[in-house]
Write a protein that binds this ligand. Sequence first.
Ligand code: SF4
Length: 84
Amino acid sequence: MVRVRMADPYLVAKLVRGDEDRIRHCVGLGYCFDRVNQGKAAVCGQIAATGREAKVPRLIAKADRIKKVVVVGGGPGGYPCGAL
Ligand code: SF4
């Protein structure tokens, strides 16, 4: 359950309000515990904000103005890490 909560600390809140489709699942990469076993901070290989909250906010405020954007590529940069 720890990795599940690392991947999405808002899991319970999303379940309570019926937003199961927005839950970000741990995919079992094992990157987090590999890092801990190396004496490093537990960060997630899938969710950019996990373990990096001081630099990468989990929640991103809505922009004042709506714009059309294109995200090129994948990985953490293309993942909606602020989805609460
Ligand atoms: S690094 Fe992998 S195993 Fe650890 S929480 Fe993230 S997705 Fe899950």
